[in-house]
Design a protein around this ligand. Structure first.
Ligand SMILES: Nc1ncnc2c1ncn2[C@@H]1O[C@H](COP(=O)(O)OP(=O)(O)OP(=O)(O)O)[C@@H](O)[C@H]1O
Ligand SMILES: [Mg+2]
Length: 366
Protein backbone atom coordinates (compact mmCIF):
# COMPACT_ATOMS: atom_id res chain seq x y z
CA UNK A 1 0.00 0.00 0.00
CA UNK A 2 1.35 3.39 -1.01
CA UNK A 3 1.35 6.44 1.19
CA UNK A 4 -1.21 9.18 0.64
CA UNK A 5 -1.16 12.93 1.23
CA UNK A 6 -4.58 14.59 1.36
CA UNK A 7 -4.87 18.15 0.02
CA UNK A 8 -7.09 20.01 2.46
CA UNK A 9 -8.31 23.59 2.89
CA UNK A 10 -11.22 26.02 2.61
CA UNK A 11 -13.08 26.22 -0.71
CA UNK A 12 -11.44 28.13 -3.54
CA UNK A 13 -7.96 28.43 -2.04
CA UNK A 14 -6.25 26.58 -4.91
CA UNK A 15 -6.35 22.92 -3.87
CA UNK A 16 -7.41 21.56 -7.25
CA UNK A 17 -5.03 23.87 -9.08
CA UNK A 18 -2.19 22.44 -7.01
CA UNK A 19 -3.44 18.87 -7.43
CA UNK A 20 -3.77 19.22 -11.19
CA UNK A 21 -0.32 20.70 -11.49
CA UNK A 22 1.10 17.90 -9.34
CA UNK A 23 -0.48 15.19 -11.44
CA UNK A 24 -0.08 16.84 -14.85
CA UNK A 25 3.64 17.27 -14.41
CA UNK A 26 3.87 13.59 -14.10
CA UNK A 27 1.60 12.91 -17.05
CA UNK A 28 3.62 15.31 -19.17
CA UNK A 29 6.85 13.56 -18.20
CA UNK A 30 5.48 10.07 -18.64
CA UNK A 31 8.88 8.65 -19.59
CA UNK A 32 10.47 9.82 -16.38
CA UNK A 33 7.63 9.72 -13.95
CA UNK A 34 5.08 6.95 -14.12
CA UNK A 35 1.66 8.33 -13.63
CA UNK A 36 -1.63 6.66 -13.17
CA UNK A 37 -5.00 7.78 -11.97
CA UNK A 38 -6.59 5.49 -9.44
CA UNK A 39 -9.68 7.61 -8.95
CA UNK A 40 -10.40 10.98 -10.52
CA UNK A 41 -9.17 12.75 -7.41
CA UNK A 42 -6.19 10.56 -6.57
CA UNK A 43 -2.92 10.93 -8.46
CA UNK A 44 0.30 8.99 -8.18
CA UNK A 45 3.19 11.40 -8.32
CA UNK A 46 6.86 10.52 -8.91
CA UNK A 47 9.14 11.74 -6.12
CA UNK A 48 11.90 13.86 -7.68
CA UNK A 49 15.31 12.71 -6.47
CA UNK A 50 18.54 13.94 -8.12
CA UNK A 51 20.39 10.95 -6.63
CA UNK A 52 18.37 8.60 -8.82
CA UNK A 53 19.39 10.48 -11.97
CA UNK A 54 23.02 10.31 -10.88
CA UNK A 55 22.83 6.56 -10.23
CA UNK A 56 21.14 5.98 -13.59
CA UNK A 57 23.88 7.95 -15.34
CA UNK A 58 26.63 5.91 -13.67
CA UNK A 59 24.88 2.56 -14.25
CA UNK A 60 23.96 3.51 -17.82
CA UNK A 61 20.35 2.57 -17.09
CA UNK A 62 17.93 2.67 -20.00
CA UNK A 63 15.02 3.64 -17.80
CA UNK A 64 14.53 5.70 -14.65
CA UNK A 65 11.71 4.82 -12.29
CA UNK A 66 11.18 7.15 -9.33
CA UNK A 67 9.32 6.08 -6.25
CA UNK A 68 5.80 7.39 -5.84
CA UNK A 69 3.58 9.24 -3.45
CA UNK A 70 -0.18 9.58 -3.86
CA UNK A 71 -1.97 12.91 -3.55
CA UNK A 72 -5.70 13.16 -2.96
CA UNK A 73 -7.72 16.25 -3.90
CA UNK A 74 -10.26 16.58 -1.12
CA UNK A 75 -13.37 18.77 -1.37
CA UNK A 76 -13.24 22.20 0.29
CA UNK A 77 -14.20 22.28 3.93
CA UNK A 78 -16.65 24.73 5.46
CA UNK A 79 -17.34 25.75 9.01
CA UNK A 80 -19.61 23.15 10.63
CA UNK A 81 -18.19 20.21 8.67
CA UNK A 82 -17.84 18.21 11.88
CA UNK A 83 -21.61 18.68 12.30
CA UNK A 84 -22.23 17.47 8.77
CA UNK A 85 -22.39 20.89 7.07
CA UNK A 86 -21.46 21.14 3.39
CA UNK A 87 -19.70 17.98 2.33
CA UNK A 88 -18.80 17.56 5.99
CA UNK A 89 -18.91 13.84 6.53
CA UNK A 90 -17.45 12.96 3.17
CA UNK A 91 -14.68 15.47 3.74
CA UNK A 92 -13.75 14.09 7.14
CA UNK A 93 -13.97 10.52 5.87
CA UNK A 94 -11.56 11.36 3.06
CA UNK A 95 -9.10 12.88 5.49
CA UNK A 96 -9.29 9.84 7.76
CA UNK A 97 -7.93 7.72 4.91
CA UNK A 98 -4.78 9.73 4.23
CA UNK A 99 -1.43 9.42 6.00
CA UNK A 100 -0.56 13.12 6.02
CA UNK A 101 -2.32 16.43 5.46
CA UNK A 102 -1.24 19.04 2.92
CA UNK A 103 -3.09 22.11 4.13
CA UNK A 104 -3.40 24.75 1.39
CA UNK A 105 -3.72 28.32 2.67
CA UNK A 106 -4.62 31.23 0.44
CA UNK A 107 -1.86 33.82 0.65
CA UNK A 108 -2.71 35.74 -2.54
CA UNK A 109 -4.90 38.81 -3.01
CA UNK A 110 -7.18 38.72 -6.03
CA UNK A 111 -10.54 40.48 -6.07
CA UNK A 112 -11.76 38.23 -8.86
CA UNK A 113 -11.44 35.13 -6.76
CA UNK A 114 -13.93 34.93 -3.98
CA UNK A 115 -12.86 34.07 -0.49
CA UNK A 116 -15.51 32.30 1.58
CA UNK A 117 -14.99 34.75 4.45
CA UNK A 118 -14.39 37.72 2.09
CA UNK A 119 -11.00 38.34 3.65
CA UNK A 120 -7.56 36.89 2.88
CA UNK A 121 -6.29 35.71 6.25
CA UNK A 122 -4.42 32.38 6.20
CA UNK A 123 -4.17 32.07 9.97
CA UNK A 124 -7.91 32.53 10.44
CA UNK A 125 -8.50 30.05 7.60
CA UNK A 126 -6.19 27.53 9.17
CA UNK A 127 -8.07 27.83 12.42
CA UNK A 128 -11.42 27.09 10.77
CA UNK A 129 -10.05 23.85 9.33
CA UNK A 130 -8.24 22.88 12.53
CA UNK A 131 -11.33 23.50 14.63
CA UNK A 132 -13.40 21.20 12.47
CA UNK A 133 -10.83 18.41 12.68
CA UNK A 134 -10.57 18.89 16.42
CA UNK A 135 -14.34 18.83 16.89
CA UNK A 136 -14.63 15.64 14.88
CA UNK A 137 -11.94 13.92 17.00
CA UNK A 138 -13.44 15.25 20.20
CA UNK A 139 -16.86 13.96 19.30
CA UNK A 140 -15.60 10.50 18.46
CA UNK A 141 -13.46 10.19 21.61
CA UNK A 142 -16.18 11.52 23.93
CA UNK A 143 -18.00 8.31 23.00
CA UNK A 144 -15.12 5.86 22.65
CA UNK A 145 -13.13 6.60 25.79
CA UNK A 146 -15.97 6.08 28.32
CA UNK A 147 -17.08 2.95 26.44
CA UNK A 148 -13.54 1.52 26.58
CA UNK A 149 -13.19 2.50 30.25
CA UNK A 150 -16.38 0.60 31.01
CA UNK A 151 -15.20 -2.53 29.19
CA UNK A 152 -11.84 -2.23 30.97
CA UNK A 153 -13.53 -2.79 34.34
CA UNK A 154 -14.28 -6.37 33.24
CA UNK A 155 -10.52 -6.90 32.97
CA UNK A 156 -10.26 -6.61 29.18
CA UNK A 157 -6.63 -5.64 28.54
CA UNK A 158 -7.12 -4.08 25.11
CA UNK A 159 -9.92 -1.88 26.41
CA UNK A 160 -7.74 -0.76 29.29
CA UNK A 161 -5.03 0.21 26.84
CA UNK A 162 -7.50 2.10 24.63
CA UNK A 163 -9.01 3.93 27.58
CA UNK A 164 -5.58 5.02 28.76
CA UNK A 165 -4.04 6.12 25.44
CA UNK A 166 -7.15 7.69 23.95
CA UNK A 167 -7.99 9.18 27.33
CA UNK A 168 -4.73 11.09 27.07
CA UNK A 169 -5.67 12.27 23.56
CA UNK A 170 -9.11 13.31 24.80
CA UNK A 171 -7.55 15.48 27.52
CA UNK A 172 -5.47 17.28 24.89
CA UNK A 173 -8.45 17.81 22.59
CA UNK A 174 -10.48 19.26 25.46
CA UNK A 175 -7.72 21.81 25.90
CA UNK A 176 -7.98 22.66 22.22
CA UNK A 177 -4.74 20.87 21.36
CA UNK A 178 -4.23 18.33 18.54
CA UNK A 179 -4.11 14.61 19.39
CA UNK A 180 -0.68 14.59 17.68
CA UNK A 181 0.81 15.68 21.02
CA UNK A 182 -0.17 12.38 22.65
CA UNK A 183 2.90 10.42 23.74
CA UNK A 184 2.44 6.66 23.50
CA UNK A 185 4.85 4.97 25.93
CA UNK A 186 5.56 1.78 23.97
CA UNK A 187 4.80 -0.08 20.74
CA UNK A 188 1.46 -1.36 22.01
CA UNK A 189 0.28 2.12 22.93
CA UNK A 190 1.54 3.43 19.61
CA UNK A 191 -0.46 0.74 17.79
CA UNK A 192 -3.68 1.59 19.62
CA UNK A 193 -3.14 5.29 18.97
CA UNK A 194 -2.52 4.73 15.25
CA UNK A 195 -5.58 2.49 14.95
CA UNK A 196 -7.78 5.29 16.29
CA UNK A 197 -7.05 7.21 13.04
CA UNK A 198 -7.54 10.58 14.66
CA UNK A 199 -7.64 13.48 12.24
CA UNK A 200 -5.55 15.78 14.43
CA UNK A 201 -2.89 13.08 14.81
CA UNK A 202 -1.82 13.30 11.18
CA UNK A 203 1.33 15.22 10.29
CA UNK A 204 0.78 18.54 8.50
CA UNK A 205 2.48 20.41 5.69
CA UNK A 206 1.24 23.97 5.12
CA UNK A 207 1.30 25.13 1.53
CA UNK A 208 1.23 28.92 1.22
CA UNK A 209 -0.41 29.58 -2.12
CA UNK A 210 0.96 32.96 -3.22
CA UNK A 211 0.70 35.23 -6.27
CA UNK A 212 3.17 34.85 -9.14
CA UNK A 213 5.33 37.79 -8.03
CA UNK A 214 5.76 36.28 -4.55
CA UNK A 215 6.62 32.77 -5.73
CA UNK A 216 10.36 33.14 -5.07
CA UNK A 217 10.27 35.19 -1.89
CA UNK A 218 6.96 34.55 -0.17
CA UNK A 219 5.08 37.48 1.37
CA UNK A 220 3.86 38.83 4.73
CA UNK A 221 1.04 36.30 4.83
CA UNK A 222 3.24 33.29 4.11
CA UNK A 223 5.71 34.55 6.74
CA UNK A 224 2.92 34.31 9.32
CA UNK A 225 2.18 30.76 8.24
CA UNK A 226 5.86 29.84 8.55
CA UNK A 227 5.91 31.23 12.09
CA UNK A 228 2.85 29.16 12.92
CA UNK A 229 4.38 26.03 11.42
CA UNK A 230 7.58 26.53 13.36
CA UNK A 231 5.70 26.93 16.65
CA UNK A 232 3.84 23.67 15.97
CA UNK A 233 6.80 21.69 14.72
CA UNK A 234 5.05 21.45 11.34
CA UNK A 235 6.48 22.10 7.85
CA UNK A 236 5.59 24.86 5.38
CA UNK A 237 6.41 25.67 1.75
CA UNK A 238 5.66 28.62 -0.53
CA UNK A 239 4.13 27.79 -3.89
CA UNK A 240 2.17 29.68 -6.51
CA UNK A 241 -0.32 27.06 -7.64
CA UNK A 242 -1.41 29.27 -10.53
CA UNK A 243 2.16 29.53 -11.85
CA UNK A 244 2.83 25.85 -11.32
CA UNK A 245 -0.16 24.98 -13.47
CA UNK A 246 1.27 27.20 -16.24
CA UNK A 247 4.71 25.64 -15.93
CA UNK A 248 3.44 22.10 -16.36
CA UNK A 249 1.71 23.13 -19.57
CA UNK A 250 5.06 24.21 -21.04
CA UNK A 251 7.50 22.11 -23.03
CA UNK A 252 10.06 20.66 -20.57
CA UNK A 253 12.95 22.53 -22.25
CA UNK A 254 11.22 25.89 -21.65
CA UNK A 255 10.57 25.31 -17.98
CA UNK A 256 14.02 26.02 -16.58
CA UNK A 257 14.23 29.42 -18.29
CA UNK A 258 10.80 30.35 -17.01
CA UNK A 259 11.64 29.25 -13.46
CA UNK A 260 14.85 31.29 -13.60
CA UNK A 261 12.92 34.36 -14.74
CA UNK A 262 10.74 33.97 -11.67
CA UNK A 263 13.84 33.63 -9.50
CA UNK A 264 13.14 29.96 -8.76
CA UNK A 265 15.70 27.18 -8.81
CA UNK A 266 13.20 24.41 -9.14
CA UNK A 267 9.47 23.94 -9.42
CA UNK A 268 7.45 24.47 -6.25
CA UNK A 269 5.83 21.14 -6.92
CA UNK A 270 9.11 19.30 -6.40
CA UNK A 271 9.38 20.98 -3.01
CA UNK A 272 5.82 20.03 -2.07
CA UNK A 273 6.37 16.40 -3.05
CA UNK A 274 9.67 16.13 -1.20
CA UNK A 275 8.26 17.83 1.89
CA UNK A 276 5.30 15.44 1.87
CA UNK A 277 7.68 12.50 1.59
CA UNK A 278 9.77 13.73 4.52
CA UNK A 279 6.67 14.49 6.53
CA UNK A 280 5.76 10.82 6.36
CA UNK A 281 9.21 9.82 7.56
CA UNK A 282 9.80 7.91 4.34
CA UNK A 283 13.25 6.86 3.15
CA UNK A 284 14.55 5.72 -0.22
CA UNK A 285 16.80 2.91 -1.37
CA UNK A 286 17.87 2.29 -4.94
CA UNK A 287 18.32 -0.59 -7.33
CA UNK A 288 20.45 -0.03 -10.40
CA UNK A 289 21.32 -1.91 -13.56
CA UNK A 290 21.53 -1.47 -17.31
CA UNK A 291 17.78 -1.98 -17.72
CA UNK A 292 16.60 0.45 -15.09
CA UNK A 293 17.52 2.56 -12.11
CA UNK A 294 14.77 2.63 -9.61
CA UNK A 295 13.95 4.28 -6.30
CA UNK A 296 11.97 2.43 -3.64
CA UNK A 297 10.26 3.73 -0.54
CA UNK A 298 10.71 2.16 2.86
CA UNK A 299 9.61 3.29 6.30
CA UNK A 300 12.32 4.68 8.57
CA UNK A 301 13.92 1.90 10.64
CA UNK A 302 13.06 -0.95 8.26
CA UNK A 303 15.42 -3.93 8.16
CA UNK A 304 16.80 -5.45 4.95
CA UNK A 305 14.14 -8.19 4.48
CA UNK A 306 11.31 -5.67 4.87
CA UNK A 307 12.93 -3.36 2.32
CA UNK A 308 13.32 -6.35 -0.01
CA UNK A 309 9.60 -6.97 0.43
CA UNK A 310 8.90 -3.56 -1.12
CA UNK A 311 10.13 -5.05 -4.40
CA UNK A 312 8.48 -8.45 -4.12
CA UNK A 313 7.09 -10.55 -1.28
CA UNK A 314 9.31 -13.43 -2.51
CA UNK A 315 12.37 -11.28 -1.84
CA UNK A 316 11.28 -10.93 1.76
CA UNK A 317 10.20 -14.55 2.22
CA UNK A 318 13.35 -16.04 0.73
CA UNK A 319 15.74 -13.32 1.87
CA UNK A 320 19.35 -14.51 2.15
CA UNK A 321 21.39 -11.31 2.21
CA UNK A 322 21.67 -7.85 0.72
CA UNK A 323 24.69 -6.54 -1.18
CA UNK A 324 24.77 -2.90 -0.23
CA UNK A 325 26.68 0.17 -1.37
CA UNK A 326 26.19 3.53 0.33
CA UNK A 327 25.10 6.24 -2.12
CA UNK A 328 28.21 8.37 -1.55
CA UNK A 329 30.51 5.41 -2.21
CA UNK A 330 28.54 4.45 -5.30
CA UNK A 331 28.96 7.91 -6.77
CA UNK A 332 32.51 8.59 -5.59
CA UNK A 333 33.84 5.26 -6.89
CA UNK A 334 31.78 5.21 -10.08
CA UNK A 335 29.32 2.37 -9.67
CA UNK A 336 28.95 -1.23 -8.55
CA UNK A 337 32.09 -2.79 -10.10
CA UNK A 338 34.57 -0.24 -8.74
CA UNK A 339 32.79 -0.17 -5.37
CA UNK A 340 33.12 -3.96 -5.13
CA UNK A 341 36.84 -3.78 -5.95
CA UNK A 342 37.35 -1.06 -3.36
CA UNK A 343 35.67 -3.23 -0.72
CA UNK A 344 32.77 -0.83 -0.39
CA UNK A 345 30.14 -3.39 -1.32
CA UNK A 346 28.94 -4.75 2.01
CA UNK A 347 27.25 -8.10 2.66
CA UNK A 348 24.37 -7.37 5.01
CA UNK A 349 22.05 -9.84 6.73
CA UNK A 350 18.53 -9.96 8.16
CA UNK A 351 19.22 -7.51 10.98
CA UNK A 352 20.63 -4.74 8.81
CA UNK A 353 18.74 -1.47 9.24
CA UNK A 354 18.54 0.00 5.74
CA UNK A 355 19.90 3.53 5.32
CA UNK A 356 18.51 6.27 3.14
CA UNK A 357 20.37 6.24 -0.19
CA UNK A 358 21.60 2.63 -0.02
CA UNK A 359 22.06 1.00 -3.43
CA UNK A 360 20.97 -2.61 -2.93
CA UNK A 361 20.99 -5.99 -4.57
CA UNK A 362 19.01 -8.70 -2.78
CA UNK A 363 19.98 -12.37 -2.78
CA UNK A 364 17.03 -14.61 -2.16
CA UNK A 365 15.88 -18.17 -2.54
CA UNK A 366 12.29 -19.34 -2.84
N1 LIG B 1 -1.65 31.47 -6.60
C1 LIG B 1 -2.78 31.84 -7.19
N2 LIG B 1 -2.93 33.10 -7.63
C2 LIG B 1 -4.07 33.49 -8.23
N3 LIG B 1 -5.13 32.70 -8.43
C3 LIG B 1 -5.05 31.43 -8.00
C4 LIG B 1 -3.88 30.93 -7.36
N4 LIG B 1 -4.08 29.64 -7.04
C5 LIG B 1 -5.32 29.33 -7.47
N5 LIG B 1 -5.93 30.40 -8.04
C6 LIG B 1 -7.29 30.48 -8.61
O1 LIG B 1 -8.21 30.30 -7.55
C7 LIG B 1 -9.41 29.68 -8.03
C8 LIG B 1 -9.78 28.51 -7.14
O2 LIG B 1 -8.83 27.47 -7.32
P1 LIG B 1 -9.19 25.92 -7.10
O3 LIG B 1 -10.33 25.52 -7.93
O4 LIG B 1 -7.92 25.21 -7.29
O5 LIG B 1 -9.63 25.94 -5.57
P2 LIG B 1 -10.08 24.73 -4.64
O6 LIG B 1 -9.41 24.98 -3.36
O7 LIG B 1 -9.85 23.44 -5.30
O8 LIG B 1 -11.64 25.00 -4.48
P3 LIG B 1 -12.80 23.96 -4.05
O9 LIG B 1 -12.71 23.80 -2.58
O10 LIG B 1 -14.03 24.68 -4.42
O11 LIG B 1 -12.61 22.69 -4.80
C9 LIG B 1 -9.12 29.30 -9.46
O12 LIG B 1 -9.70 30.29 -10.29
C10 LIG B 1 -7.60 29.35 -9.55
O13 LIG B 1 -7.16 29.65 -10.84
MG1 LIG C 1 -11.20 21.84 -5.76
Amino acid sequence: MGFRCGIVGLPNVGKSTLFNALTETQAAQAANYPFCTIEPNVGQVGVPDPRLDEIARIAGSAKIVPTQLAFVDIAGLVKGASKGEGLGNQFLGNIREVDAIVHVLRCFEDDDIQHVANKVDPLADAEVVETELLMADLESLEKRVPAAAKRATTGDKESKLIASVLGQALELLREGKPARLTQPQDDEEARVFAQAQLLTAKPILYVCNVAEEDAATGNDLSAKVFAKAEAEGAQAVVVSAAIESEIVAMAPEDRTDFLNELGLEESGLARVIRAGYELLGLKTFFTAGPKEARAWTFPNGAKAPQAAGEIHTDFERGFIRAETIAYDDYVALGGEGPAREAGKLRQEGKEYVVKDGDVMLFKFNV
